[in-house]
Design a protein. Sequence first.
Length: 180
Amino acid sequence: MFPNDSTSTPTPPAGIRQLTSDQMQMLRAFIHKRVMNPNDVDDILQGTFLEALRCEHKFQHASKPQTWLCGIALNLIRSYFRRMYRQPYQESWDDHIHSDISSQGEGDIGHQVDDHRQLVRAVEAIGSLSSNMQQVIEVALEMDGNYQQTAMSLGVPIGTVRSRLSRAREQLKRQIDPFA
């Protein structure tokens, strides 16, 4: 085949390479909803596009390009959390707060205090849940939110897992932010 022959190389799927800025913002929001650190959001977004370009020959046009990209992003988010939970814990919460306060200046102290209070409320609220709900939350996190694997691990029906997680979410919402 000749280099100028259009049949020598397949054309890349146009949908992936021609996302609008709205579609890219939607993907960013999808990632940000699951990962709060803006730097990590940017890294995962970039990784999503790199992986999509690397594997664009696998895109079958069976779904929208945004759906395919969200699937890639979700896999990268799962990997991100697996890596994060494998890292050894090296400093206490108080050390972290004091280093943040001294390095970021006084403008962010209010936000840090609010964040710390919110975290304390969340930890207390989780601690007040029944042991069954706490156990389901813990196992579900270990299983990356997979209800079927959680149910198998706990030896309970999948409906029990769904029910306990739903009740736990509602109870936590009421305890953490009663005005929501």
